[in-house]
Design a protein around this ligand. Structure first.
Ligand code: FRU
Length: 470
């Protein structure tokens, strides 16, 4: 199938064909999670942006769908934006029995597109007329819309360079008429803003607002329906990968209307390319917010549905790993795509480094080493101070993609690794160098494929377009 190529993610989303960049219009509607994305179906490089589309019942198993927005059919530039479900039909755009999906796109002003058949087809509202306009000479794009429950109305954040980088905030009763509310100016805010509410330390009475930007920077503050205010002077980084366009973490967006109120986020993980596709998504995470002495911090936890892909689970407990025993625990495991969860006790550790060699070979080489440095207190080169003497790590290893989560999910890092998926390179080595470290617990699980047998054929997908993609 199209999903068998060496670097093709098995449990990370990528477009069946063509180029993908930013996630767009992430919504849960009519029983499905919808993933739209910046897409060039005609080649492997960025060009003539369309909105590609895929759906999932569980954020883990994906089905490719035909193009949702196509230049020529849908007016405008069709660049990035968000989406909502208009359950109460505030827009009056609803025609059938399904909840309408309403998405926002375009550049230098915002156009509205809506679907009454759960994302199969989209119509332009008022021929694509811009419902938000900007002064000539101002560059503006990437509208993200959400329901502001406390004010009983919609709100939008949209990036623009008016007077420097920042976001403009607008409000609307009906998704179609928008009123300028305020401007949040900040040099770090560039492209793809998102604004959402998270409970601090899981407490429903401690709602905080989080404003994020394409490069994964965020600020925590308050939103009174008009203005976002932050008390923290320095934005924080929510992912430690390469956070620029085309890097391994960019243009993250959160789903609206999730059935359980979770805030679920996916980002563009650029850089990987096969013979039929370019670009991946990061694995969906549930966002949380925890207090620390330095201020509130985002946590990014892979969605629990991940476990539905797991098999062949093996666990170990209370082991000492040292230079001679390291590697023995996992020596008979051979795997291509998998998850490792481990907790080490670094109190009294004499090892200078410990961790995992991924896609290890019999000759002692590996495709990637994930090491904790006990003196520097870094994991994979990024700060990770032990918490109560423990270092906890979760690794998601996919073809072409490595995601590392640690420090109770305060630490996350998405990286591209050209893992060799051939049988001779499927070893895993648990190692310690220069001494020993105590391993409290270790779990290994194989992770299966997101791609069911029901994927549409290429000709089915092409029939929705002006012509074949190649
Ligand atoms: C971010 C971005 C957005 C824009 C889109 C175009 O990667 O540059 O600002 O809307 O990509 O594809």
């Amino acid at each position: 199938t199209a999903y068998d190529e060496p670097l093709r993610g098995q449990f990370h989303f990528s477009s069946q064909q063509g180029w993908m960049n930013d996630p767009n219009g992430l919504v849960y509607a009519n029983g499905l999670y919808h993933f739209f994305y910046q897409h060039n179906p005609h080649g492997l490089a960025w060009d003539t942006m369309h909105w590609g589309h895929a759906t999932s019942p569980d954020l883990v198993h994906w089905t490719q769908k035909p193009i949702a927005l196509e230049p020529g059919v849908h007016p405008g530039d069709l660049w990035s934006g968000g989406g909502v479900v208009d359950k109460a039909n505030t827009s009056g755009l609803k025609t059938g029995s399904l909840d309408p999906i309403v998405v926002f796109s375009n550049t230098d002003g915002v156009s509205v597109f809506y679907s009454n058949d759960n994302g199969r087809t989209f119509q332009a509202y008022d021929k694509g007329r811009k419902v938000v306009t900007v002064p000539a000479g101002v560059t503006s794009r990437d509208p993200k819309v959400f329901w502001d429950a406390a004010r009983n109305r919609w709100a939008m954040v949209v990036w623009s360079d008016q007077g420097g980088n920042g976001v403009s905030i607008y409000t609307s009763p009906n998704l179609l008429n928008w009123t300028f509310a305020s401007r949040f100016q900040a040099s770090w805010l560039f492209e793809c803003p998102d604004l959402y509410v998270l409970p601090l330390d899981g407490r429903a009475d401690q709602q905080q607002w989080v404003l994020t930007s394409a490069s994964g920077q965020y600020e925590v503050g308050t939103f009174d329906g008009t203005t976002f205010r932050t008390t923290w002077t320095q934005p924080q980084q929510m992912n430690l990968g390469t956070t620029y366009a085309g890097g391994s973490f960019y243009a993250a967006e959160t789903f609206t209307n999730t059935p359980d109120g979770r805030t679920v986020q996916m980002a563009w993980q650029g850089g990987n390319q096969g013979s039929t596709w370019t670009g991946d998504a990061t694995f969906p995470v549930t966002l949380g917010l925890v207090s620390t002495p330095d201020g509130p911090r985002i946590t990014r936890t892979p969605v629990a549905e991940l476990s539905s892909l797991a098999s062949d689970t093996r666990t170990w407990q209370n082991q000492t790993i040292d230079a001679s025993t390291g590697g023995n625990l996992l020596s008979d495991v051979k795997a291509d795509t998998y998850e490792i969860t481990a907790q080490f006790d670094v109190t009294g550790a004499t090892a200078t480094q410990f961790g995992f060699d991924l896609h290890a070979r019999a000759d002692g080489t590996e495709d990637r080493r994930v090491a904790y440095d006990t003196a520097a207190q870094t994991l994979y080169g990024k700060p990770l101070p032990p918490r109560s003497g423990k270092v906890s790590i979760q690794l998601l290893v996919d073809r072409g993609q490595l995601e590392i989560f640690a420090d109770s999910y305060r630490y996350s890092l998405s990286d591209n690794v050209a893992f060799d998926s051939s049988a001779a390179s499927q070893g895993i080595r648990l190692f310690a160098t220069g001494g020993r470290v105590k391993l409290d617990s270790l779990t290994f699980a194989r992770l299966g494929s997101s791609w069911g047998t029901g994927q549409p054929t290429q000709s089915t997908l092409d029939s929705n377009l002006g012509g074949p993609w190649h």
